[in-house]
Design a protein around this ligand. Structure first.
Ligand code: PLP
Length: 444
């Protein structure tokens, strides 16, 4: 594979963009390929190489790179009417109505421009609503580039995970291990009256994929109710992917107080949203006094793209298709691992899949067949990741430096590190899945 043009572009980019990119995960080693064109489930790079794409924009692209006709038409028509106005438009109301009809916890919502903005607004709203400062977050959870959640440490003390964030921000954040109900109950026993919210992804979606163990969400819900704290589900990555139009909360049967959305809800354009019970969300300005505002929020082109994306999914077999292919991929990779690398763990659900290069798995009869389900009677239960730390302890270098490259050379574009999830789109086919499994078989 020739990468001359990408290398040259990256060379130019390094002079004018920090790290040569505009989002850190894009700087794959030794240099990223630059995309020239998207084509269904494929991307074509600046040197004409064609890859089967499972990165899918890191989550927003439910249809791949060719949008269904009604989505494309709505985008064109709103773009040519004039990009935006600073006055409300009907399409914002249409999308808000659609979301409130389908997502169990959302009665009212505010659109913003990114998942980061959504979680910032949700935390501010929760703090204002409860009159408390502390938030509980999961180690290995990701809520965007926001000051309150870029922390490391544990229940006994958190510090900023990036320079440039004052220590005092981290003082109000309590990181706890995902799936560890006992530790979280202890944290509530000690700090419960100061905890504004538990902010969690329904499954860790940016640190491998880690599913909740049985009863985990129920205990979070109970603890929040007992102590008067809010439960916030960050569904930026799971929203309108896991659990279809009802999102992961409908799949898990848990109703959070607030939900953050992003990615798919903007149909491929920059977006975020914070929603929940009207009685809480109404506290945002201008109706309430919790400041929230944005020049581009509710951008008509984004709203149109999001609305038609979701409508199309409501009327077609989109989730059946992507979930079935996701299942085939996870099951196929599980079979391959059985023979070639039983220590590894297949994770994911619905249209999400990933292989974690865990070190201790044994494989064998009774192993979860199409992605780890945290089944206590699975022979790999003790070895499969339950927390962010478990994922971090995997062979991350092997993924990044060997496996990812091997797959790329075979024309399969996976996420470049061990932590980011991979996605099947409506444009993928069974033949694509077979080709991908062949490549896994070769490369593992
Ligand atoms: C992607 C993501 C974010 C951040 O969204 P941006 O649009 O990148 O700011 C926040 N939370 C979760 C769970 C995400 O997956």
């Amino acid at each position: 594979m020739n990468h001359e043009n990408s290398r040259e572009l990256y060379d130019r980019a390094l002079s004018v963009l920090p790290g040569g990119v505009n989002s850190s995960v894009r700087a794959s080693m030794p240099y990223p390929f630059f995309v020239e064109d998207g084509d269904g489930a494929h991307v074509v790079d600046a040197d004409g190489n064609r890859y089967l794409d499972y990165v899918m924009g890191y989550g927003p692209l439910l249809y791949g790179h060719d949008l269904p006709d009604p989505v494309e038409a709505a985008i064109q028509s709103h773009a040519s009417a004039g990009p935006m106005y600073g006055a409300p438009t009907e399409v914002e109301v249409d999308l808000a109505e659609f979301v409130t009809r389908h997502v169990p916890s959302v009665e009212m919502l505010r659109f913003v421009n990114s998942g980061t903005e959504a979680t910032v607004s949700a935390v501010r709203l929760a703090r204002a609503y409860t009159g408390r400062d502390k938030i509980v977050v999961m180690q290995g959870g990701y809520h965007g580039a926001q000051e309150s959640t870029l922390v490391e440490g544990g229940p006994d003390g958190a510090r900023p995970s990036s320079p440039g964030i004052p220590e005092s921000f981290a003082e109000h954040t309590i990181p706890v291990p995902f799936n560890d109900t006992d530790t979280i109950a202890d944290v509530f026993a000690e700090h419960g009256d100061d905890i504004a919210a538990v902010l969690t992804e329904p499954m860790l979606g940016n640190m491998g994929v880690v599913m909740p163990v049985d009863g985990f969400h129920e205990s979070l819900r109970d603890l929040c109710d007992e102590y008067g704290s809010l439960l916030i589900f960050d569904e930026v990555i799971t929203g309108f992917r896991v659990g279809g139009l009802g999102c992961a909360q409908s799949e898990f049967g848990i109703t959070p107080d607030l939900t953050t959305l992003g990615k798919i809800v903007g149909g491929g354009f920059p977006v975020g949203a914070v929603g929940g019970r009207a009685e809480i969300v109404e506290h945002l300005t201008p109706g309430g006094d919790v400041f929230q505002s944005g020049t581009f929020s509710g951008h008509p082109v984004t709203m149109a793209a999001g609305l038609e994306t979701l409508r199309y999914a409501a009327e077609n077999d989109v989730y059946d298709h992507v979930n079935a292919l996701g299942e085939q991929l996870r099951a196929g990779i599980t079979d391959i691992l059985e023979e070639r690398a039983p220590e590894y763990t297949v994770v994911g659900t619905g249209s999400i899949f990933k292989t974690i290069f865990t070190r201790e798995g044994r494989g064998g009869e009774g192993r979860c067949e199409a992605g780890c389900r945290q089944r206590e009677d699975c022979p790999n239960y003790d070895a499969c990741p339950k927390t962010g730390a478990d994922v971090a302890a995997a062979e991350t270098n092997r993924w990044e430096r060997v496996f990812w490259q091997e797959m790329k050379d075979r024309g399969i574009f996976l996420t470049a590190n061990q932590f980011e999830a991979q996605f099947v789109s409506y444009a993928h086919t069974e033949a694509d899945v077979q080709r991908t499994l062949d490549a896994y078989q070769d490369a593992l």
